[in-house]
Design a protein around this ligand. Structure first.
Ligand SMILES: [Fe+2]
Ligand SMILES: [Fe+2]
Length: 500
């Protein structure tokens, strides 16, 4: 089931997070009401000709009764539409931040729709040869739908397309061809932004959207108005599609910095060692940096095996242990034959230092604005797993093993996404195989299988979408890559002997 899905953002969103459904719905209603009021003011200021005037006697007594009614209607539409989807569609769990982002895009589109209609009609050369009605085919909804799919997920982009189509069609006198074109072009744009790891793919998504928009615009123009503006409708539709890639590329960085999203394009930019956190890791904790690179390779292979997001896995793995910066010597991968500092510490103190790397990592991710997707993975990469080594070391001092076991567990949360679960497995497998020294491929396979079973039986994968088939495929992919890495370590002849 989930394994057949391609590497999209939709797989990287937690199925449920944030406040209770009732609290979320209340906040959604309040935000909808605020947005409805903004729409009503916009209509009043800039679309007076579209403003409802049929309020009868009430309208004469209270001039703003039409605005209030319109506010309520828009708010009701938004809260019902997104509230229903949020309750019933598993991958649409919109936090207030997401809702504000979608509303900002819808408002921007409203302005764009009005600008397209009002400003282009002012150009005399165009006005003479082009019927005003065909300007609606330039409303840039495909670009915005692409941005929503890339930054949130495909389910939300469909919802956004429908809501934004209705609101933007209202901005252009609510004509049927406009509404149908917006619905169709937005869906076409979102559908083609399936896998966008770089700018070229984004531009190509726009190029592929162009013929669909051109065909839709020409067909709608012909069916509603005959052949008069057919050519211009087709041209405007094609231009809309072609511009959707560049517009999406321009909007995305602003949305990422304002709302804390991280697209795959941004993730790939963050994977270079020029990033201050990665260069600090290379210099201060080279063992952890090497461990993170290997975990990234393993997690990428695991993600490819089940159709999860390989870019997110690789880049989040690079950052998953940034909380170890400043405490390098407490983690085995940085000790490199030196004395183990934990020998001189009590198990309780060791526990506190080790557990703190998750919390510290989350804090640093916030400070360096790594984005929610990486921050969530840092928080979840150990789940609520147990520090076996230190629990065993503390055993002689323990009265109540059950209570102590809770103390020696990471605070969680458990992985909520397939990507976080893959990184948890890759992390544990890398550490276990490293401790074997020079294992044979069979030993690697047995160790990885043992880790996968232990993580599963410990209940760490209870809150993510990984199926048993996925789990098996991820384990096999990790084991193959680890076996190849271990096998590739060739002994070189001793330099002294060689010279002799
Ligand atoms: Fe860690
Ligand atoms: Fe790690």
């Amino acid at each position: 089931m989930s394994g057949s899905k391609s590497a999209t953002r939709s797989s990287s969103r937690p199925p449920e997070s944030g406040p209770s459904p009732r609290g979320r719905y209340g906040r959604l209603s309040a935000l909808s009401l605020a947005l409805g009021a903004v729409f009503a003011v916009l209509f009043y200021l800039w679309g007076r000709e579209l403003f409802p005037r049929a309020a009868g006697g009430w309208g004469r007594t209270f001039p703003f009764v039409g605005a209030v009614a319109l506010t309520l209607a828009v708010a009701l539409f938004l809260s019902e539409w997104f509230g229903f989807a949020g309750r019933e569609v598993r991958k649409v769990r919109l936090a207030a931040r997401d809702f504000l982002f979608l509303c900002s895009l819808a408002l921007l589109l409203f302005f764009a729709a009005k600008a397209v209609i009002d400003l282009l009609a002012e150009i005399p050369a165009l006005g003479r040869s082009v019927p005003t009605r065909v300007y609606v085919y330039l409303i840039p909804l495909p670009a915005f739908a692409m941005v929503v799919r890339v930054l949130i997920n495909s389910e939300t982009s469909i919802l956004f397309t429908v809501a934004a189509s209705v609101l933007s069609a209202a901005a252009v006198s609510g004509s049927w061809p406009a509404l149908l074109f917006l619905l169709l072009s937005g869906t076409a744009g979102a559908a083609r932004a399936r896998w966008v790891p770089d700018r070229y793919r984004m531009l190509m998504a726009g190029v592929q959207t162009a013929p669909v928009c051109a065909l839709a615009a020409a067909a709608l123009e012909f069916s509603f108005h005959g052949g008069g503006g057919l050519l211009w409708a087709g041209i405007f539709g094609a231009v809309n599609g072609l511009l959707s890639g560049p517009i999406a590329l321009a909007v995305m960085p602003v949305a990422e910095s304002a709302f804390g999203y991280a697209s795959d394009i941004r993730l790939i930019e963050m994977s270079g060692t020029g990033h201050p956190l990665l260069s600090r890791m290379m210099m201060e904790t080279p063992g952890t940096f090497h461990h993170s690179v290997v975990v990234g390779t393993l997690a990428e292979a695991g993600a490819l095996a089940i159709g999860a997001n390989p870019v997110l896995c690789r880049v989040a793995a690079l950052y998953h242990d940034i909380g170890k910066l400043g405490k390098a010597q407490y983690f085995s991968e940085n000790q490199a034959g030196a004395a183990n500092v934990h020998d001189a510490l009590s198990p309780g103190l060791s526990r506190a230092v080790i557990l703190s790397h998750v919390k510290e990592g989350v804090r640093m991710a916030g400070e360096f604005r790594l984005g929610d997707r990486i921050t969530e993975i840092i928080a979840q990469h150990h789940g609520t797993s147990l520090l076996y080594y230190f629990l065993e070391k503390a055993r002689p001092m323990i009265q109540d093993r059950k209570a102590s076991e809770e103390m020696f567990r990471y605070p969680g949360p458990k992985p909520k996404t397939r990507e976080a679960a893959i990184i948890m497995l890759a992390d544990a497998a890398e550490a276990a195989v490293r401790s074997l020294g020079r294992p044979s491929p069979q030993e690697v396979d047995e160790t990885v299988t043992g880790i996968v079973n232990r993580v599963y039986l410990d209940g760490q994968l209870n809150e993510c979408d990984l199926t048993l088939r996925d789990l098996h495929a991820v384990g096999r992919a990790i084991s193959q890559v680890l076996a190849a890495v271990a096998h590739g370590r060739v002994d070189y002849p001793d330099a002294g002997k060689g010279a002799a």
